[in-house]
Design a protein around this ligand. Structure first.
Ligand SMILES: Cc1ncc(COP(=O)(O)O)c(C=O)c1O
Length: 354
């Protein structure tokens, strides 16, 4: 792998005390191109512009997929990457659905290792910090025919981050717009899914909500997810989350929380959840907690859900499942709690010889 190190690091001039999410980038990026039916040799370069012609296919047809994952620095100064094998698998699952050639495991894993070794100083050890890792693939052939591209580019960039939202959020149930539909690409991290969600989300924002709760596209009766998070309801002492389908993104945090909750003795149900079940549980006082899970937020309590004109406020409770699961998850991610699941993998600290 060819590595070109930056001669102009931005590390010292970056204000780590104020990091707007997703706007600050580390010094290097990994780039790998696909052409003539093969992924070529990957390269690490200083983070910077990439030249593309206006006829590049991704601009026209949105043939692009991405991932979002995180690394954390433990108190020994080691960088721990959380469940990168799952993100790798999901990236390729998304790629297949979008008719993009799958990334070979060594390109992804070795590239990530080299990149993290170079930019490990961007991952801060202090509480609340992490390094957000964004791998993505897009159609890069110069061609405006509406067809799958013959060339692709795979890139990994990283962003130092602190908290995503505030400490909790208010959401509204969306009954008109749809994020994903049966037979569509909702289970994939396809760029277009996000483009389609911005307009309804902006409307919700204008009405004072941080996010929408997406419902099924056919009847708008069943809850799917909230914004870019999977959603959870504690009804009585059971923890319920919508079962995965082709219109729900199978969150890696969701999967981790299922395991952590079960291993904490909490009864977990993955099944269809209707809006009316949630409203009834609220009315009867059984809706004790609602929270979202995702890489960016880990576990975040939802303060209120608005359905039509009714705001259901959820008060904080003692022995909160959300807090327990958040502590366990973050403890494992930061290397403070023993990782009995093998979820965290140490990134090599020095650039391996390539
Ligand atoms: C639509 C959607 N749902 C759920 C999630 C949560 O997934 P994960 O826990 O893997 O970050 C995300 C974020 O990646 C998302 O974009």
């Amino acid at each position: 792998m060819k590595i070109t190190k930056t001669t102009n690091s931005r590390l010292k001039t970056t204000d780590f005390a104020s990091l707007p999410f997703g706007r600050v980038f580390s010094d290097h990026m990994l780039v790998c191109n696909y052409k003539e039916d093969n992924w070529q040799e990957a390269e690490i370069l200083p983070y910077g512009p990439i030249a593309m012609n206006p006829g590049t296919q991704v601009f026209h047809y949105g043939q692009a997929v991405f991932e979002g994952m995180k690394a954390f620095k433990n108190d020994k100064g080691e960088v721990l990457v959380f469940r990168k094998d799952e993100n790798f698998k999901r990236l390729n699952k998304s790629a297949v659905r979008l008719s993009i050639p799958e990334i070979p495991e060594d390109v992804f894993m070795n590239g990530l290792d080299e990149l993290l070794a170079l930019d490990s100083d961007w991952c801060k050890e202090e509480e609340g910090y992490s390094l957000y890792i964004r791998p993505f693939i897009f159609a890069s052939a110069e061609c405006v025919k509406a067809s799958a591209s013959t060339e692709y580019t795979f890139i990994i960039i990283t962003c130092p981050t602190t908290k995503y939202y505030g400490s909790s959020i208010n959401v509204v149930i969306e009954e008109h717009f749809t994020r994903a539909t049966k037979g569509g690409v909702g289970f994939a991290k396809a760029a277009g899914n996000y483009a389609a969600s911005f307009y309804p989300t902006k409307q919700a924002n204008a009405n004072g909500f941080q996010q929408v709760i997406w419902t099924d596209s056919i009847e708008h009766k069943y809850i799917e997810e909230s914004g870019t998070m999977n959603i959870w309801f504690r009804i009585g002492d059971k923890l319920i989350t919508p079962e995965l389908s082709d219109s729900i993104l199978g969150g890696i945090t969701r999967d981790s929380v299922v395991t952590l909750a079960k291993d904490s003795g909490i009864q977990v149900e993955q099944r269809r959840v209707s809006v009316s079940e949630v409203v009834e549980a609220y009315k009867s006082g059984e809706l004790k907690e609602v929270f979202g899970t995702g890489t960016a937020v880990t576990v975040i309590p939802i303060d209120s859900i608005t359905f039509r004109d009714n705001k259901m406020s959820i008060s904080t409770i003692e022995n909160s499942y959300a807090m327990l699961l958040k502590q366990k998850l973050q403890g494992i991610q930061k290397g403070k709690i023993e990782d009995i699941y093998g979820w965290t993998v140490k990134a090599p600290s020095k650039t391996p010889v390539s």
